[in-house]
Design a protein. Sequence first.
Length: 431
Amino acid sequence: MKTPDVCIIGAGSSGVCAGKALKARGIAFQIFEKGTQLGGMWRYENDNGQSSAYRSLHIDTSRKSLGYSDFPIPAHLPDYLSHEQMCGYLESYADHFGVREQVRFGSEVQRVEPRADGRWQVTLADGSTRDYRAVVVANGHLWSPRWPTFAGGFDGRQMHSHHYRTASPFEGQRVLVVGIGNSAVDIAVDLCRSARRVCLSTRRGAWLMPKYIMGIPTDRWGSFLNRHLHLPTRWTRSIVSRLAFLSIGDQRRFGIPRPAHPVWREHACVSQDLLSCVGHGWIAIKPDVRELHGDAVSFADGSREAFDTIVYATGYDTRFPFLDPDVFAVRDHEARLYRRIAVPGRPGLYFIGLVQPIGPTIPLVEVQARWLAAVLAGVVPLPDEATMQAEIDAHLKALRRRYVDSPRYTLEVDYREHAGQLRRDIQRAIA
Ligand SMILES: Cc1cc2nc3c(=O)[nH]c(=O)nc-3n(C[C@H](O)[C@H](O)[C@H](O)COP(=O)(O)OP(=O)(O)OC[C@H]3O[C@@H](n4cnc5c(N)ncnc54)[C@H](O)[C@@H]3O)c2cc1C
Ligand SMILES: NC(=O)c1ccc[n+]([C@@H]2O[C@H](COP(=O)([O-])OP(=O)(O)OC[C@H]3O[C@@H](n4cnc5c(N)ncnc54)[C@H](OP(=O)(O)O)[C@@H]3O)[C@@H](O)[C@H]2O)c1
Protein backbone atom coordinates (compact mmCIF):
# COMPACT_ATOMS: atom_id res chain seq x y z
CA MET A 1 0.00 0.00 0.00
CA LYS A 2 1.00 3.63 -0.62
CA THR A 3 1.65 6.01 2.29
CA PRO A 4 -1.64 6.22 4.20
CA ASP A 5 -3.47 9.43 3.45
CA VAL A 6 -6.60 8.58 5.41
CA CYS A 7 -6.71 7.87 9.14
CA ILE A 8 -9.46 5.69 10.63
CA ILE A 9 -10.03 5.85 14.39
CA GLY A 10 -11.16 2.51 15.81
CA ALA A 11 -11.03 -1.16 14.79
CA GLY A 12 -14.56 -2.17 15.74
CA SER A 13 -17.05 -3.39 13.15
CA SER A 14 -17.35 0.14 11.68
CA GLY A 15 -13.64 0.99 11.38
CA VAL A 16 -12.75 -2.39 9.88
CA CYS A 17 -15.55 -2.14 7.36
CA ALA A 18 -14.49 1.41 6.41
CA GLY A 19 -10.93 0.13 5.86
CA LYS A 20 -12.17 -2.66 3.63
CA ALA A 21 -14.18 -0.23 1.50
CA LEU A 22 -11.23 2.18 1.12
CA LYS A 23 -8.96 -0.70 0.17
CA ALA A 24 -11.41 -1.74 -2.55
CA ARG A 25 -11.05 1.79 -4.01
CA GLY A 26 -7.25 1.68 -3.75
CA ILE A 27 -7.15 4.37 -1.04
CA ALA A 28 -4.26 3.95 1.41
CA PHE A 29 -5.33 4.19 5.05
CA GLN A 30 -4.09 3.63 8.59
CA ILE A 31 -6.35 2.43 11.41
CA PHE A 32 -5.43 3.44 14.94
CA GLU A 33 -6.95 1.22 17.64
CA LYS A 34 -6.71 2.04 21.32
CA GLY A 35 -7.05 -1.60 22.45
CA THR A 36 -4.70 -4.45 21.63
CA GLN A 37 -7.28 -6.44 19.64
CA LEU A 38 -10.02 -6.13 17.03
CA GLY A 39 -13.75 -6.25 17.70
CA GLY A 40 -14.58 -3.11 19.74
CA MET A 41 -17.89 -3.49 21.53
CA TRP A 42 -18.10 -7.21 20.76
CA ARG A 43 -14.88 -8.13 22.58
CA TYR A 44 -15.90 -9.01 26.14
CA GLU A 45 -13.62 -7.26 28.67
CA ASN A 46 -11.84 -5.49 25.81
CA ASP A 47 -8.63 -3.94 27.16
CA ASN A 48 -9.66 -0.63 25.53
CA GLY A 49 -11.93 -0.27 28.61
CA GLN A 50 -14.85 0.69 26.36
CA SER A 51 -16.88 -2.45 25.70
CA SER A 52 -20.38 -2.53 27.17
CA ALA A 53 -20.69 -6.30 26.56
CA TYR A 54 -21.85 -8.49 29.46
CA ARG A 55 -21.12 -12.20 29.72
CA SER A 56 -24.65 -13.28 28.66
CA LEU A 57 -24.90 -10.87 25.70
CA HIS A 58 -26.28 -12.26 22.48
CA ILE A 59 -26.96 -10.02 19.53
CA ASP A 60 -30.63 -9.22 18.93
CA THR A 61 -30.34 -9.10 15.14
CA SER A 62 -30.61 -12.59 13.65
CA ARG A 63 -27.74 -14.15 11.69
CA LYS A 64 -29.21 -13.76 8.21
CA SER A 65 -30.01 -10.06 8.73
CA LEU A 66 -26.73 -9.20 10.37
CA GLY A 67 -23.64 -10.04 8.32
CA TYR A 68 -21.73 -8.08 5.67
CA SER A 69 -23.21 -8.60 2.19
CA ASP A 70 -20.04 -10.14 0.70
CA PHE A 71 -19.07 -12.20 3.75
CA PRO A 72 -22.10 -14.06 5.15
CA ILE A 73 -22.06 -15.34 8.70
CA PRO A 74 -21.40 -19.13 8.56
CA ALA A 75 -24.62 -21.14 8.63
CA HIS A 76 -23.38 -23.39 11.48
CA LEU A 77 -23.59 -20.43 13.86
CA PRO A 78 -26.87 -19.96 15.76
CA ASP A 79 -29.67 -17.56 14.85
CA TYR A 80 -28.54 -15.12 17.55
CA LEU A 81 -24.75 -14.99 17.95
CA SER A 82 -23.01 -14.54 21.30
CA HIS A 83 -20.52 -11.66 21.68
CA GLU A 84 -17.71 -14.21 21.31
CA GLN A 85 -19.07 -15.54 18.02
CA MET A 86 -19.70 -11.99 16.82
CA CYS A 87 -16.13 -11.00 17.63
CA GLY A 88 -14.79 -14.13 15.86
CA TYR A 89 -16.82 -13.22 12.77
CA LEU A 90 -15.42 -9.67 12.74
CA GLU A 91 -11.88 -11.03 13.04
CA SER A 92 -12.33 -13.42 10.11
CA TYR A 93 -13.83 -10.56 8.04
CA ALA A 94 -10.81 -8.34 8.76
CA ASP A 95 -8.40 -11.17 7.90
CA HIS A 96 -10.27 -12.23 4.76
CA PHE A 97 -10.10 -8.71 3.32
CA GLY A 98 -6.59 -7.98 4.57
CA VAL A 99 -7.58 -5.10 6.85
CA ARG A 100 -5.83 -6.26 10.03
CA GLU A 101 -2.38 -5.43 8.59
CA GLN A 102 -3.39 -1.77 8.45
CA VAL A 103 -4.35 -1.60 12.14
CA ARG A 104 -1.89 -0.15 14.64
CA PHE A 105 -3.03 -1.62 17.95
CA GLY A 106 -2.43 -0.02 21.35
CA SER A 107 -2.52 3.42 19.67
CA GLU A 108 -4.99 5.85 21.15
CA VAL A 109 -5.78 8.97 19.16
CA GLN A 110 -5.74 11.93 21.57
CA ARG A 111 -6.23 14.93 19.28
CA VAL A 112 -7.63 15.52 15.83
CA GLU A 113 -7.20 19.10 14.62
CA PRO A 114 -7.79 20.90 11.34
CA ARG A 115 -4.62 22.46 9.84
CA ALA A 116 -4.43 25.70 7.95
CA ASP A 117 -3.53 23.82 4.73
CA GLY A 118 -6.80 21.82 4.82
CA ARG A 119 -5.22 18.60 6.13
CA TRP A 120 -5.93 17.04 9.54
CA GLN A 121 -3.36 16.62 12.28
CA VAL A 122 -3.66 13.48 14.39
CA THR A 123 -1.86 13.21 17.72
CA LEU A 124 -1.42 9.82 19.40
CA ALA A 125 -1.12 9.09 23.13
CA ASP A 126 2.67 8.63 22.71
CA GLY A 127 2.87 12.27 21.61
CA SER A 128 3.64 11.54 17.96
CA THR A 129 1.76 13.46 15.30
CA ARG A 130 1.05 12.94 11.60
CA ASP A 131 -1.25 14.54 9.14
CA TYR A 132 -3.84 13.16 6.74
CA ARG A 133 -6.08 14.36 3.97
CA ALA A 134 -9.06 12.80 5.77
CA VAL A 135 -9.98 11.39 9.18
CA VAL A 136 -12.72 8.78 9.55
CA VAL A 137 -14.07 8.61 13.09
CA ALA A 138 -15.32 5.12 14.05
CA ASN A 139 -14.83 5.27 17.82
CA GLY A 140 -18.24 3.80 18.76
CA HIS A 141 -21.06 5.64 20.50
CA LEU A 142 -22.18 3.20 23.20
CA TRP A 143 -19.50 3.51 25.87
CA SER A 144 -19.98 6.79 27.79
CA PRO A 145 -22.73 6.24 30.41
CA ARG A 146 -25.71 8.59 30.47
CA TRP A 147 -26.80 9.02 34.09
CA PRO A 148 -30.27 10.15 35.13
CA THR A 149 -30.72 12.72 37.89
CA PHE A 150 -33.28 11.68 40.49
CA ALA A 151 -34.21 13.64 43.61
CA GLY A 152 -32.72 12.49 46.92
CA GLY A 153 -29.74 10.19 47.49
CA PHE A 154 -29.05 6.47 47.59
CA ASP A 155 -26.63 4.81 50.05
CA GLY A 156 -26.37 1.43 48.31
CA ARG A 157 -24.38 0.61 45.20
CA GLN A 158 -25.20 2.56 42.02
CA MET A 159 -23.78 1.56 38.66
CA HIS A 160 -24.42 1.95 34.95
CA SER A 161 -25.20 -0.97 32.64
CA HIS A 162 -21.91 -0.20 30.84
CA HIS A 163 -20.10 -1.73 33.84
CA TYR A 164 -22.37 -4.75 34.31
CA ARG A 165 -20.69 -8.07 33.47
CA THR A 166 -22.28 -11.01 35.32
CA ALA A 167 -24.99 -11.64 37.92
CA SER A 168 -22.70 -13.18 40.53
CA PRO A 169 -21.83 -10.01 42.54
CA PHE A 170 -25.58 -9.46 43.04
CA GLU A 171 -26.47 -12.89 44.40
CA GLY A 172 -29.05 -12.58 47.17
CA GLN A 173 -29.41 -8.81 46.61
CA ARG A 174 -32.43 -6.61 45.90
CA VAL A 175 -31.67 -4.90 42.59
CA LEU A 176 -33.48 -2.13 40.76
CA VAL A 177 -32.81 -1.83 37.01
CA VAL A 178 -33.79 1.56 35.55
CA GLY A 179 -34.87 1.73 31.88
CA ILE A 180 -36.54 -0.57 29.40
CA GLY A 181 -34.05 -0.53 26.53
CA ASN A 182 -32.36 -3.73 25.39
CA SER A 183 -29.62 -3.42 28.05
CA ALA A 184 -32.16 -3.08 30.88
CA VAL A 185 -34.21 -6.03 29.74
CA ASP A 186 -31.18 -8.32 29.15
CA ILE A 187 -29.63 -7.40 32.50
CA ALA A 188 -32.86 -7.84 34.48
CA VAL A 189 -33.31 -11.30 32.92
CA ASP A 190 -29.67 -12.18 33.62
CA LEU A 191 -29.92 -11.09 37.26
CA CYS A 192 -33.28 -12.48 38.19
CA ARG A 193 -32.42 -16.09 38.94
CA SER A 194 -29.69 -15.30 41.44
CA ALA A 195 -30.69 -11.96 42.94
CA ARG A 196 -33.21 -11.99 45.81
CA ARG A 197 -35.49 -9.56 44.00
CA VAL A 198 -35.27 -7.70 40.70
CA CYS A 199 -37.46 -4.72 39.78
CA LEU A 200 -37.40 -2.97 36.41
CA SER A 201 -38.52 0.66 36.33
CA THR A 202 -39.84 2.30 33.17
CA ARG A 203 -41.11 5.82 32.66
CA ARG A 204 -43.03 5.19 29.43
CA GLY A 205 -43.01 1.43 28.74
CA ALA A 206 -41.95 -0.15 25.45
CA TRP A 207 -43.52 -2.39 22.84
CA LEU A 208 -41.98 -5.76 23.57
CA MET A 209 -40.85 -7.85 20.61
CA PRO A 210 -40.08 -11.55 21.00
CA LYS A 211 -36.96 -12.93 19.30
CA TYR A 212 -39.11 -15.49 17.48
CA ILE A 213 -42.57 -15.44 15.94
CA MET A 214 -43.82 -18.91 14.94
CA GLY A 215 -40.27 -20.23 15.17
CA ILE A 216 -38.87 -17.65 12.73
CA PRO A 217 -36.58 -14.84 13.99
CA THR A 218 -38.76 -11.74 14.32
CA ASP A 219 -36.51 -9.57 12.13
CA ARG A 220 -36.86 -12.08 9.26
CA TRP A 221 -40.59 -11.26 9.22
CA GLY A 222 -39.64 -7.60 9.08
CA SER A 223 -37.13 -8.19 6.24
CA PHE A 224 -39.72 -10.09 4.24
CA LEU A 225 -42.32 -7.33 4.53
CA ASN A 226 -39.86 -4.47 4.17
CA ARG A 227 -37.31 -5.65 1.63
CA HIS A 228 -39.27 -8.22 -0.39
CA LEU A 229 -42.77 -6.72 -0.34
CA HIS A 230 -41.33 -3.16 -0.16
CA LEU A 231 -43.75 -2.05 2.57
CA PRO A 232 -42.72 1.12 4.41
CA THR A 233 -41.06 0.57 7.79
CA ARG A 234 -44.05 2.10 9.57
CA TRP A 235 -46.39 -0.57 8.11
CA THR A 236 -43.86 -3.34 8.58
CA ARG A 237 -43.43 -2.59 12.27
CA SER A 238 -47.18 -2.32 12.80
CA ILE A 239 -47.74 -5.70 11.11
CA VAL A 240 -44.88 -7.36 13.01
CA SER A 241 -46.24 -6.00 16.30
CA ARG A 242 -49.62 -7.57 15.49
CA LEU A 243 -47.90 -10.88 14.76
CA ALA A 244 -45.98 -10.50 18.01
CA PHE A 245 -49.29 -10.05 19.80
CA LEU A 246 -50.22 -13.59 18.71
CA SER A 247 -47.06 -14.81 20.36
CA ILE A 248 -46.97 -12.75 23.58
CA GLY A 249 -50.51 -11.44 24.04
CA ASP A 250 -51.26 -8.28 25.99
CA GLN A 251 -48.09 -7.22 27.84
CA ARG A 252 -50.22 -5.23 30.33
CA ARG A 253 -51.17 -8.60 31.88
CA PHE A 254 -47.55 -8.71 33.04
CA GLY A 255 -47.62 -5.16 34.38
CA ILE A 256 -45.64 -3.72 31.44
CA PRO A 257 -47.45 -0.58 30.30
CA ARG A 258 -48.24 -0.19 26.62
CA PRO A 259 -46.57 3.02 25.47
CA ALA A 260 -48.73 5.95 24.40
CA HIS A 261 -46.79 6.13 21.10
CA PRO A 262 -47.16 3.65 18.20
CA VAL A 263 -44.56 0.92 17.78
CA TRP A 264 -42.92 2.48 14.70
CA ARG A 265 -41.95 5.57 16.72
CA GLU A 266 -39.56 3.69 19.02
CA HIS A 267 -36.33 1.66 18.93
CA ALA A 268 -37.24 -2.04 19.18
CA CYS A 269 -37.12 -3.65 22.63
CA VAL A 270 -36.39 -7.31 21.91
CA SER A 271 -36.66 -10.07 24.50
CA GLN A 272 -37.86 -13.63 24.40
CA ASP A 273 -37.50 -13.99 28.16
CA LEU A 274 -38.76 -10.89 29.95
CA LEU A 275 -42.44 -11.83 30.09
CA SER A 276 -41.66 -15.35 31.14
CA CYS A 277 -39.45 -14.05 34.00
CA VAL A 278 -42.21 -11.64 35.09
CA GLY A 279 -44.68 -14.52 34.84
CA HIS A 280 -42.49 -16.61 37.16
CA GLY A 281 -42.37 -13.78 39.68
CA TRP A 282 -38.61 -13.25 39.18
CA ILE A 283 -38.93 -9.69 37.87
CA ALA A 284 -41.40 -7.03 39.06
CA ILE A 285 -42.25 -4.03 36.89
CA LYS A 286 -42.27 -0.55 38.45
CA PRO A 287 -43.16 2.88 37.03
CA ASP A 288 -40.75 5.84 36.94
CA VAL A 289 -38.51 6.54 39.94
CA ARG A 290 -39.82 9.48 41.96
CA GLU A 291 -37.10 9.82 44.62
CA LEU A 292 -34.15 8.05 46.22
CA HIS A 293 -34.38 7.70 50.04
CA GLY A 294 -31.09 6.31 51.39
CA ASP A 295 -31.71 2.56 51.25
CA ALA A 296 -35.06 2.78 49.43
CA VAL A 297 -36.63 4.12 46.26
CA SER A 298 -40.11 5.55 45.78
CA PHE A 299 -41.97 5.30 42.50
CA ALA A 300 -44.54 7.33 40.56
CA ASP A 301 -47.38 5.02 41.73
CA GLY A 302 -46.62 5.90 45.38
CA SER A 303 -44.95 2.55 46.18
CA ARG A 304 -41.63 2.44 48.01
CA GLU A 305 -39.13 -0.39 48.24
CA ALA A 306 -35.67 -1.07 49.68
CA PHE A 307 -32.78 -2.02 47.35
CA ASP A 308 -29.12 -2.95 47.70
CA THR A 309 -28.12 -1.91 44.16
CA ILE A 310 -29.44 0.29 41.36
CA VAL A 311 -28.33 -0.48 37.79
CA TYR A 312 -28.97 2.49 35.50
CA ALA A 313 -29.52 1.04 32.02
CA THR A 314 -30.27 4.56 30.81
CA GLY A 315 -28.28 4.63 27.60
CA TYR A 316 -25.18 6.47 26.41
CA ASP A 317 -23.89 9.96 25.64
CA THR A 318 -22.04 10.35 22.35
CA ARG A 319 -18.51 11.65 22.87
CA PHE A 320 -15.37 12.34 20.87
CA PRO A 321 -12.69 13.12 23.50
CA PHE A 322 -10.13 13.83 20.77
CA LEU A 323 -12.18 16.54 19.03
CA ASP A 324 -12.69 20.14 20.04
CA PRO A 325 -16.49 20.61 20.34
CA ASP A 326 -16.14 23.62 18.01
CA VAL A 327 -14.95 21.22 15.32
CA PHE A 328 -17.77 18.74 15.89
CA ALA A 329 -19.97 17.52 18.75
CA VAL A 330 -23.24 15.63 19.12
CA ARG A 331 -25.80 17.29 21.33
CA ASP A 332 -28.98 15.59 22.54
CA HIS A 333 -31.42 15.66 19.67
CA GLU A 334 -28.80 16.99 17.25
CA ALA A 335 -26.01 15.38 15.22
CA ARG A 336 -25.34 17.71 12.30
CA LEU A 337 -23.91 15.33 9.69
CA TYR A 338 -24.67 15.35 6.00
CA ARG A 339 -26.03 11.89 5.11
CA ARG A 340 -25.13 11.07 8.75
CA ILE A 341 -21.46 10.93 7.69
CA ALA A 342 -19.90 14.24 6.58
CA VAL A 343 -19.41 17.46 8.60
CA PRO A 344 -20.46 20.57 6.65
CA GLY A 345 -17.69 23.14 6.52
CA ARG A 346 -15.09 20.59 7.67
CA PRO A 347 -13.92 18.85 4.51
CA GLY A 348 -12.00 15.69 5.32
CA LEU A 349 -13.79 14.87 8.59
CA TYR A 350 -16.18 11.89 8.43
CA PHE A 351 -18.07 9.66 10.86
CA ILE A 352 -18.87 6.01 10.27
CA GLY A 353 -21.30 3.98 12.39
CA LEU A 354 -22.66 7.08 14.12
CA VAL A 355 -26.21 5.83 13.70
CA GLN A 356 -28.70 3.78 15.65
CA PRO A 357 -30.87 2.05 13.08
CA ILE A 358 -34.29 0.54 13.15
CA GLY A 359 -32.73 -2.61 11.67
CA PRO A 360 -29.19 -4.03 11.89
CA THR A 361 -26.20 -1.70 12.32
CA ILE A 362 -23.45 -3.71 10.67
CA PRO A 363 -24.79 -4.07 7.08
CA LEU A 364 -25.96 -0.45 7.21
CA VAL A 365 -22.47 0.75 8.11
CA GLU A 366 -21.20 -1.33 5.18
CA VAL A 367 -23.28 0.89 2.85
CA GLN A 368 -22.00 4.01 4.64
CA ALA A 369 -18.43 2.77 4.12
CA ARG A 370 -18.99 2.25 0.39
CA TRP A 371 -20.44 5.76 0.10
CA LEU A 372 -17.50 7.25 1.98
CA ALA A 373 -14.97 5.37 -0.15
CA ALA A 374 -16.69 6.69 -3.29
CA VAL A 375 -16.51 10.25 -1.87
CA LEU A 376 -12.84 9.92 -0.93
CA ALA A 377 -12.04 8.42 -4.33
CA GLY A 378 -13.58 11.51 -5.95
CA VAL A 379 -16.27 9.42 -7.65
CA VAL A 380 -19.15 10.93 -5.68
CA PRO A 381 -18.72 14.70 -5.18
CA LEU A 382 -20.28 16.30 -2.12
CA PRO A 383 -22.64 19.28 -2.50
CA ASP A 384 -21.85 22.76 -1.21
CA GLU A 385 -22.17 23.60 2.47
CA ALA A 386 -25.59 25.28 2.20
CA THR A 387 -27.05 22.18 0.53
CA MET A 388 -25.56 19.98 3.24
CA GLN A 389 -27.03 22.18 5.99
CA ALA A 390 -30.45 22.09 4.34
CA GLU A 391 -30.35 18.27 4.12
CA ILE A 392 -29.43 18.08 7.80
CA ASP A 393 -32.26 20.45 8.79
CA ALA A 394 -34.74 18.31 6.87
CA HIS A 395 -33.38 15.14 8.49
CA LEU A 396 -33.60 16.61 12.01
CA LYS A 397 -37.14 17.81 11.38
CA ALA A 398 -38.20 14.35 10.20
CA LEU A 399 -36.43 12.76 13.18
CA ARG A 400 -38.34 14.95 15.66
CA ARG A 401 -41.62 14.23 13.89
CA ARG A 402 -41.09 10.52 13.77
CA TYR A 403 -39.46 9.33 16.99
CA VAL A 404 -40.34 9.69 20.64
CA ASP A 405 -38.99 12.87 22.23
CA SER A 406 -36.02 11.39 24.12
CA PRO A 407 -32.22 11.88 23.75
CA ARG A 408 -32.15 8.16 23.00
CA TYR A 409 -33.31 8.91 19.44
CA THR A 410 -30.62 11.46 18.53
CA LEU A 411 -28.85 9.01 16.17
CA GLU A 412 -31.89 6.97 15.10
CA VAL A 413 -32.23 6.19 11.39
CA ASP A 414 -34.46 3.96 9.35
CA TYR A 415 -32.29 1.25 7.78
CA ARG A 416 -34.08 1.13 4.48
CA GLU A 417 -34.35 4.89 3.98
CA HIS A 418 -30.74 5.60 4.94
CA ALA A 419 -29.22 2.71 2.94
CA GLY A 420 -31.46 3.57 -0.04
CA GLN A 421 -30.33 7.21 -0.05
CA LEU A 422 -26.64 6.30 0.08
CA ARG A 423 -27.01 3.69 -2.66
CA ARG A 424 -28.79 6.22 -4.87
CA ASP A 425 -25.95 8.72 -4.35
CA ILE A 426 -23.43 6.08 -5.42
CA GLN A 427 -25.47 5.09 -8.49
CA ARG A 428 -26.00 8.69 -9.59
CA ALA A 429 -22.36 9.49 -8.71
CA ILE A 430 -23.45 12.65 -6.89
CA ALA A 431 -24.31 13.05 -3.22
C1 LIG B 1 -24.88 -4.14 24.56
C2 LIG B 1 -24.97 -3.83 23.08
C3 LIG B 1 -25.61 -4.70 22.22
C4 LIG B 1 -25.72 -4.42 20.86
N1 LIG B 1 -26.43 -5.27 20.04
C5 LIG B 1 -26.57 -4.99 18.73
C6 LIG B 1 -27.33 -5.84 17.85
O1 LIG B 1 -27.92 -6.83 18.27
N2 LIG B 1 -27.40 -5.55 16.54
C7 LIG B 1 -26.77 -4.46 16.02
O2 LIG B 1 -26.85 -4.24 14.82
N3 LIG B 1 -26.06 -3.62 16.84
C8 LIG B 1 -25.96 -3.86 18.16
N4 LIG B 1 -25.25 -3.02 18.98
C9 LIG B 1 -24.65 -1.82 18.41
C10 LIG B 1 -23.11 -2.04 18.18
O3 LIG B 1 -22.51 -1.08 18.94
C11 LIG B 1 -22.85 -1.99 16.72
O4 LIG B 1 -23.44 -3.13 16.12
C12 LIG B 1 -21.39 -1.99 16.28
O5 LIG B 1 -20.75 -3.20 16.57
C13 LIG B 1 -20.58 -0.82 16.77
O6 LIG B 1 -19.33 -0.87 16.14
P1 LIG B 1 -18.36 0.38 16.08
O7 LIG B 1 -17.15 -0.08 15.36
O8 LIG B 1 -19.09 1.55 15.53
O9 LIG B 1 -18.03 0.74 17.59
P2 LIG B 1 -17.19 -0.13 18.65
O10 LIG B 1 -17.47 -1.57 18.51
O11 LIG B 1 -17.44 0.52 19.97
O12 LIG B 1 -15.66 0.10 18.22
C14 LIG B 1 -15.03 1.35 18.36
C15 LIG B 1 -13.54 1.10 18.41
O13 LIG B 1 -12.87 2.36 18.41
C16 LIG B 1 -11.78 2.29 19.32
N5 LIG B 1 -11.47 3.65 19.79
C17 LIG B 1 -12.29 4.48 20.47
N6 LIG B 1 -11.66 5.65 20.72
C18 LIG B 1 -10.42 5.54 20.18
C19 LIG B 1 -9.30 6.42 20.13
N7 LIG B 1 -9.35 7.63 20.67
N8 LIG B 1 -8.19 6.00 19.51
C20 LIG B 1 -8.13 4.76 18.94
N9 LIG B 1 -9.16 3.89 18.97
C21 LIG B 1 -10.29 4.28 19.58
C22 LIG B 1 -12.28 1.43 20.44
O14 LIG B 1 -11.22 0.89 21.19
C23 LIG B 1 -13.09 0.37 19.67
O15 LIG B 1 -12.30 -0.75 19.31
C24 LIG B 1 -25.14 -3.26 20.34
C25 LIG B 1 -24.48 -2.39 21.22
C26 LIG B 1 -24.42 -2.66 22.58
C27 LIG B 1 -23.74 -1.68 23.50
N1 LIG C 1 -29.03 -7.90 23.01
C1 LIG C 1 -28.73 -6.84 22.26
O1 LIG C 1 -28.53 -6.98 21.09
C2 LIG C 1 -28.60 -5.48 22.89
C3 LIG C 1 -28.44 -5.39 24.26
C4 LIG C 1 -28.25 -4.14 24.82
C5 LIG C 1 -28.23 -3.00 24.01
N2 LIG C 1 -28.39 -3.12 22.67
C6 LIG C 1 -28.37 -1.92 21.80
O2 LIG C 1 -27.50 -0.96 22.35
C7 LIG C 1 -28.05 0.34 22.24
C8 LIG C 1 -28.18 0.99 23.63
O3 LIG C 1 -29.18 0.30 24.37
P1 LIG C 1 -29.46 0.63 25.91
O4 LIG C 1 -30.60 -0.22 26.33
O5 LIG C 1 -28.20 0.56 26.66
O6 LIG C 1 -29.86 2.19 25.91
P2 LIG C 1 -31.17 2.92 25.28
O7 LIG C 1 -31.65 2.18 24.10
O8 LIG C 1 -30.79 4.33 25.12
O9 LIG C 1 -32.29 2.80 26.42
C9 LIG C 1 -32.22 3.58 27.58
C10 LIG C 1 -33.44 3.31 28.45
O10 LIG C 1 -33.31 4.08 29.65
C11 LIG C 1 -34.44 4.94 29.77
N3 LIG C 1 -34.03 6.20 30.38
C12 LIG C 1 -33.08 7.05 29.95
N4 LIG C 1 -32.98 8.10 30.77
C13 LIG C 1 -33.90 7.91 31.74
C14 LIG C 1 -34.28 8.65 32.88
N5 LIG C 1 -33.69 9.82 33.18
N6 LIG C 1 -35.25 8.15 33.67
C15 LIG C 1 -35.86 6.98 33.36
N7 LIG C 1 -35.54 6.23 32.30
C16 LIG C 1 -34.56 6.68 31.49
C17 LIG C 1 -34.96 5.13 28.35
O11 LIG C 1 -36.31 5.51 28.39
P3 LIG C 1 -36.98 6.51 27.32
O12 LIG C 1 -37.30 5.68 26.11
O13 LIG C 1 -38.16 6.99 28.06
O14 LIG C 1 -35.97 7.59 27.03
C18 LIG C 1 -34.75 3.72 27.81
O15 LIG C 1 -35.77 2.86 28.26
C19 LIG C 1 -29.38 0.17 21.51
O16 LIG C 1 -29.14 0.33 20.14
C20 LIG C 1 -29.73 -1.27 21.78
O17 LIG C 1 -30.56 -1.86 20.79
C21 LIG C 1 -28.60 -4.34 22.09
